[in-house]
Design a protein around this ligand. Sequence first.
Ligand SMILES: CC(=O)[C@@H](O)[C@H](O)COP(=O)(O)O
Ligand SMILES: NCC(=O)COP(=O)(O)O
Length: 256
Amino acid sequence: MTAMAFEPLRLGVNIDHVATVRNARGGIHPDPIRAALVAAEAGADGITAHLREDRRHIRDDDIARLKAAIPIPLNFEMAATSEMVAIALRHRPHAACIVPERREERTTEGGLDAAGQMAMLRPIVGELSAAGIRVSLFIAPDPRQLDAAAALGAPVVELHTGTYCEAYEESAEAFAAESRRIAEAARHGAALGLEIHAGHGLSYETVGPVAALPMVRELNIGHFLIGEAIFRGLDGAIREMRRAMEAARAAAEARA
Ligand SMILES: CC(=O)[C@@H](O)[C@H](O)COP(=O)(O)O
Ligand SMILES: NCC(=O)COP(=O)(O)O
């Protein structure tokens, strides 16, 4: 039997919540761009930043400064609005991940309803792609949403791991069921030719089963890393995440 070859797994570090802390006092410290540079030094493969419509953390000038300063690709998370499309076209990030957004939500609570919003999303995916931006759709691990993403011509999907991470805190059974749902979605998406990313709420405890999936090519992790940085520094927090990802992937590769 030939061993299955696993592609490398990238880590995108989301620096939104450095800006949350900065904005708590309205000043310039801590600077999310400095955090992005530390992340790059610590081995992040990319930086993710979500410019929310209400600008509760990342602000417009952060996007401009990130684009100018970071030596690694920028993944710009954005709502599907004409304002955000214009900003993406102005800054031309490496990638744009279209996420659902509601003003009153505490965080991104679910995936984008790609299947229910095909007509609205099609021109946005087309316009961003025509500008050379790699478009990703942030969707639930649901075959209907994956089919819609493929039909829209998005090259990438990011599977929302929020429910999966909540299941970890609920019970071993719930976590096993959500792990299966992510694995099946990753297989289904890869069979459709989509590049599979995943993220939201991942921690050292939950990253393993997702990192072990050979079809998953990138994880985007923010809130946990910024919180963990309080205890071990951002550099140490990121290096430990990479170690956990690589250990899970190597073990899966050895089993395959
Ligand atoms: C889309 C996503 O999962 C992240 O951008 C996350 O939303 C950032 O944190 P908040 O949801 O707290 O803004
Ligand atoms: N798209 C998910 C992301 O960028 C990071 O989410 P979180 O780790 O901050 O929950």
